[in-house]
Design a protein. Structure first.
Length: 255
């Protein structure tokens, strides 16, 4: 079973990153949403060189399992490229690689704790589960099929076997979290209150004498509000699960 950090950097994010990289090849295909400063920079789209000199062969140990340099580098380089693209779109500035290293190793440790817990819970994904995960990633990224996801990630240097192993891990961890988390569908009253808060925020942003931005009717944004409320519950539940797992874990970080 693959141990790459799909909780930290999901397949969906990797596919999105692959698309950004593809757009930077060849002739100028900058999207309209790209910041002018990034488009005007000669090296815009080029990832900074990763500083890996201080990365040991074993970056962490989690309950006796090693998190190796190769796993760390794969995750770090991908997140470094994402961070650099984000910085360019927001006006430039260098990525703090030391801070990113700390973030990545923490993500790897947390992901390993989740995969260990999922293993102990006996969650074993089938081929159908893997295919369904890849199809979900395709839908999230506007791709036609699971094969399109695999092709996009092969361009990033992953083999089909690695992609399917990562999808299996993602399904395993997601299933474990769904079983452990107590996530409730938001009520109509809660959604109405969330909508009223949104309207209030828009009015406050307008300032004195300015007209407030138009807020769509509640019915038009209800599903989006519900998804946001559910995502917030899920994030809080994951934080709680990881905190509990970490309290009982034997974790050593060497980075």
């Amino acid at each position: 079973m693959s141990k790459r950090p799909l909780v930290a950097v999901t397949l969906a994010a990797a596919v999105a990153l692959a698309g950004c990289s593809a757009d930077s090849d060849g002739e100028d295909t900058s999207s309209p949403s790209a910041a002018p400063s990034a488009a005007a920079t000669p090296d815009a789209g080029a990832a900074p060189e990763a500083d890996l000199e201080d990365v040991p062969d074993v970056v962490a140990e989690v309950n006796g399992e090693e998190v190796g340099r190769e796993e760390f580098v794969t995750s770090f380089e991908g997140q470094l490229q994402q961070a650099a693209l984000s910085q360019q779109q927001n006006g430039g500035g260098e990525v703090d690689q030391d801070a990113l290293k700390e973030q990545v190793v923490e993500q790897l440790v947390n992901n390993r704790l989740l995969t260990q817990a999922a293993d102990e819970a006996g969650i074993e994904p089938t081929e159908e589960d893997v295919q369904s995960t890849l199809e979900d990633v395709a839908a999230q990224n506007g791709l036609e099929s699971a094969d399109a996801v695999i092709s996009a990630l092969e361009e990033q240097g992953l083999s089909e076997k690695q992609v399917r192993e990562d999808a299996a891990t993602q399904f395993q961890v997601t299933t474990y979290i769904e079983a452990e988390a107590d996530v409730q569908e938001p009520s109509e009253k809660e959604l109405r209150a969330q909508y009223d808060d949104l309207v209030g925020q828009m009015e406050n942003q307008a300032g004195d004498g300015a007209s407030a931005p138009e807020v769509p009717p509640f019915e038009d944004v209800r599903d989006q509000l519900a998804q946001q409320a559910t995502s917030q519950q899920q994030s809080a539940a994951i934080d709680t699960i990881v905190t509990d797992l970490r309290d009982d874990a034997d974790v050593t970080i060497h980075l």
